[in-house]
Design a protein around this ligand. Structure first.
Ligand SMILES: Nc1ncnc2c1ncn2[C@@H]1O[C@H](COP(=O)(O)OP(=O)(O)OP(=O)(O)O)[C@@H](O)[C@H]1O
Length: 319
């Protein structure tokens, strides 16, 4: 599903690669944490998957597509396969919960009947049934992130990328959000979550890919994440540092086995047409221009700072 073969990314006018000869495979349906200090290359990795950035060297396959050979006109189709969640939620402030989620389908040209069916069932999935008519400022931080997850997932993408989705949330709420991502993962969607959040990673015990100055230094099933306190192993001259002696098996990157298989991980959740759950009609089709960057909104103008560039880091109330 996602394959990196000897991928290097060096940004213009920089000395050191942001990602340095990274090889990995993430099979369909997996849940993976990407961890590492600030500047280690986590966001760059996610941007490469989205083709928000191009690799300087190496090969990337995503959902059966070789990104280096993907024509520009086919990038929107790639992005429709990928939902994105960010630290700062990026909701439309003047739209209700329902409208924020419906919008993601509307820009994809979904029919009204599909929107009326899918939005309520997705809001129910993320635990927001009953809050359809609230505006983002009437929600807690955790609830806002649930809306963002609903928006990213409403089209049932086979891949969900989450870049520091718990960065603005307190520990308990963070765990709730990661449990929600796990629930989405159980529907067959591959989840890749970049995070600094050691407690969450340690609570979940899923696959952990660790980056250090752009180098992948760990790829571990059922991994932990402990910053600074574990002994480090030197592999040899010039080799990367390896964390976590005794912390569990350290696996080699997977081979390129399944990466070319077409994605079939979509999952439909059926729900009835409950009028109580149906939100207000979208009043203005021209609102498409206001849509903030999300993964599947491939046709919207791309922000200059990139889909995965950080916005504010202002803590918000997450209770
Ligand atoms: N557009 C860019 N132009 C130049 N350098 C960049 C750009 N984006 C990222 N970098 C550099 O690439 C390296 C990796 O950055 P990246 O944002 O991928 O790290 P990160 O692990 O996601 O960090 P953080 O956790 O702070 O978000 C850093 O040295 C960063 O300064």
């Amino acid at each position: 599903m996602i394959l990196f073969e000897n991928v290097t990314k060096t940004y213009p006018r920089t000395q050191r690669p942001a990602l340095d000869n990274v090889s990995l495979e993430i099979p369909r349906g997996e849940f993976v944490f990407v961890v590492g200090q600030s500047g280690s290359g986590k966001s760059t990795m996610l941007q490469l998957v989205m083709k928000e950035q191009d690799a300087t060297d190496g090969r990337i396959l995503v959902a059966g597509r070789d990104l280096d050979r993907l024509a520009e006109r086919k990038v929107p189709a790639l992005r429709r396969e990928i939902g994105c969640v960010f630290q700062d939620f990026r909701l439309l402030p003047n739209k209700t919960v329902y409208q924020n989620v419906a919008y993601a389908l509307q820009v994809l040209g979904a029919s009204r009947s599909r929107i009326r069916q899918t939005v309520p069932e997705t809001l129910e999935l993320v635990g927001l049934a009953g809050k359809e008519k609230r505006l983002p400022h009437q929600l807690s931080g955790g609830e806002q992130q649930r809306v963002a997850i609903a928006r990213a997932f409403v089209n049932r993408p086979p891949i969900l990328l989450a870049d520091e989705p718990t960065g603005n949330l307190d520990p308990g709420t963070s765990l709730d959000i990661v449990h929600l991502l796990q629930r989405i993962n159980r529907t067959g969607t591959t989840v890749v979550m970049a995070t600094h959040d050691t407690a969450t990673v340690n609570a979940m015990r899923r696959r952990v890919i660790e980056l250090h100055q752009g180098v992948m230094v760990r790829d571990q099933q059922a991994g932990e994440y402990t910053t600074g306190s574990l002994p480090r192993i030197r592999l040899g001259d010039g080799a990367p540092l390896l964390h976590g002696e005794g912390a569990g098996p350290i696996t080699a990157p997977h081979g390129p086995g399944s990466a070319k298989q077409p994605d079939a991980g979509r999952h439909d959740v059926s729900a009835g047409d409950d009028p109580d759950l149906a939100g207000p009609e979208l009043d203005d089709p021209d609102e498409v221009d206001e849509l903030p960057p999300i993964g599947r909104d491939a046709d919207a103008p791309r922000p200059r700072r990139g889909l995965f560039r950080r916005g504010r880091r202002t803590p918000v109330n997450s209770h």
